[in-house]
Design a protein around this ligand. Structure first.
Ligand SMILES: C[S@@+](CC[C@H](N)C(=O)[O-])C[C@H]1O[C@@H](n2cnc3c(N)ncnc32)[C@H](O)[C@@H]1O
Length: 247
């Protein structure tokens, strides 16, 4: 199983991209209730977040807004950012005029004051970034002391399973990931980094690692996806989840 949808690795003649504008609708439709998104990444993030009533939460790379909506339904005060205009348009349709959505890129300074949020969630976003130093410093800055950054990233061990002839596990490097979202072929540009680089970047940025999680898929996954999830307690490696506390 590999990250982000139905895919195998390779370039397939297309230029790898992290710009979701060209396939926003296809991505949103594919991942609304897919195994890896609807039954794995999002439920895992929500479980890790726990009781969010009244918490100010920044949804980083909010995409079409499914996680934003779920957090808001649970009583959080959510702000979503994404660089993709098309993804934000879909989020706006889903979430309504009153939703706090802004176009922003994690590679740039964030348009928020210090201590603006109690939590941030970054679900399947950080692996699009080459350098995590400034983005993590910005996330630390906008979180209140003791605030949490809840992250889902590509599990670094999966890279070598799916790319046995790819680059070194130990080197941070870009690779192209062939995906098919609702019939549209896309090559995503992603960055592999080894586990020590992931955890080291969090600690360097001033976060304490409170939880590392390799959860099973959500209840109901076996019934909905019996070929991929063969028994009710089947588990697989795909993403790695962290709860980080701003020191
Ligand atoms: C795999 S999708 C995940 C969307 C959403 N978090 C979810 O779980 O449904 C990745 C999202 O990250 C956004 N993204 C890509 N590069 C980004 C960056 N540099 N800063 C912030 N978001 C980015 C994309 O536009 C896209 O909406």
């Amino acid at each position: 199983m590999s990250p982000d949808g139905k895919h195998s690795s390779g370039l397939g003649g297309q230029t790898p991209t992290a710009d979701y504008d060209g396939f926003a609708e296809a991505y949103a439709a594919e991942t609304e209730s897919s195994l890896l998104n609807g039954y794995y990444a999002r439920p895992a993030i929500l479980d890790l977040a726990g009781d969010v009533v009244g918490r100010r939460i920044l949804d980083v790379g909010c995409g079409a807004g499914p996680l934003f909506e779920a957090l808001r339904d649970r009583g959080a005060i959510v702000t979503g950012i994404d660089p993709s205009v098309k993804m934000l348009e879909l989020a706006r349709k889903r979430l309504g005029d009153g939703a706090a959505l802004r176009q922003a890129d994690l590679n740039d300074p964030l348009p928020f004051p210090d201590d603006a949020f109690d939590d941030a969630v970054a679900c399947l976003v950080l692996h699009y970034l080459e350098d995590w130093t400034a983005p993590l410093a910005e996330l630390r800055r906008v979180l209140t002391p003791g605030g949490r950054l809840i992250v889902a990233v590509n599990h670094p061990f999966v890279y070598k399973y799916t790319n046995p002839d790819g680059g070194s596990y130990f080197a941070t490097h870009e690779y192209g990931l062939e995906c098919n979202f609702s019939g549209q072929n896309v090559v995503l540009s992603q960055w592999h980094r080894p586990l020590h680089a992931i955890t080291g970047a969090f600690i360097e940025a001033g976060f304490r690692i409170a939880v590392v999680s390799e959860p099973p898929p959500a209840p109901g996954a076996h019934e909905r996806f019996p070929d991929e999830v063969e028994t009710p307690d089947s588990a697989f490696l795909c993403f790695l989840f962290f709860v980080l506390e701003a020191a």
